[in-house]
Write a protein that binds this ligand. Structure first.
Ligand SMILES: [Zn+2]
Length: 272
């Protein structure tokens, strides 16, 4: 379990590591369908693939927000660090006021329910983009897989606990929804802003360090690959232009740093 605490102006934040070593080398190399695997292997070089799960929690205006829920207590071995991280901050799941779902991929939502189907964060308002909800309800409805049917039934039963938001909506003081469409159809991040300080959580804008230098590489889990490329280009440039502190969900813990542009190539500068 790792916890990295930081403040953005008056807003307390922490990055909680749910787990690491999420993807092995061969499966990472196989996930870029418009690229020769040898080129991906060369770009990865001798580096280990990134595979962290970095969850952001924010305390603003008396609201405790958790962005995504990871795999949780009932997930694969080595996961569940979010709940232990919250406990180390003196928090239980019942203390979370807002669960913000950036998108409905399993590594972000599998820890939403107990095995009995009860929400793990019982008192929270659940917040996501309407387009994200719509994509997954229709994908799961079209699937006969047991897990998809279970997700469909469980989330639909909770629909009146959900609040559907749009880009630019403020979910707590200084915490604003950011459009990251492409990875999924309602993929969203959060901008935390207080005083002169800002943090932009860009979630799954990219998954590996080598993508900074190869932003047009498609990623097999992107719902709309071309849109994902456009969004990567737009948001990375925004991070450079605004000199933003940036958080990535899957880069090496804590996943915080700054993006720079050097000789036409984006470069990741992790916070030391
Ligand atoms: Zn992810």
């Amino acid at each position: 379990m790792s916890v990295h605490q930081l403040t953005i102006g008056d807003i307390e934040c922490a990055v909680l590591q749910e787990g690491a070593a999420f993807m092995d080398r061969d499966s990472v190399i196989a996930r870029y369908p418009n690229v020769d695997p040898a080129d991906v292997a060369a770009a990865l070089g001798d580096n280990e693939p990134s595979g962290s799960l970095n969850l952001l929690t924010i305390n603003s205006g008396g609201k405790r927000i958790l962005a995504d829920v990871g795999f949780g207590e009932y997930g694969p071995a080595g996961m569940g660090g979010t709940l232990r991280g919250l406990a180390s901050l003196g928090l239980s799941p019942a203390d979370i006021d807002i669960v913000f779902i950036t998108h409905f991929h399993g590594d972000h939502i599998a820890g939403f329910f107990t095995p009995d189907g009860a929400p793990v964060y019982p008192n929270a308002t659940y917040v996501t983009m309407q387009a994200e909800w719509d994509e997954w309800m229709s994908r799961w409805a079209a699937s006969s897989a047991e897990g998809d049917q279970q997700n469909l039934a469980r989330f639909k039963a909770l629909q009146d606990r959900f609040k559907f938001v749009s880009a630019g909506d403020e979910i707590a003081p200084g915490v604003t929804v950011v459009d990251l469409v492409g990875h999924t159809l309602g993929h969203a991040g959060l901008l935390v802003e207080s005083g002169s300080e800002r943090l932009l959580h860009v979630v799954d804008l990219l998954h590996q360090h080598f993508q900074f230098a190869n932003i047009d590489w498609h990623f097999s889990f992107d719902t709309n690959s071309e849109l994902a490329v456009q969004t990567r280009r737009r948001v990375l440039q925004h991070c450079v232009d605004e000199d933003l502190l940036t958080l990535f969900y899957h880069l090496d813990f804590p996943g915080l740093g700054k993006v720079t542009l050097e000789d036409g190539t984006y470069v990741w500068n992790p916070t030391s």
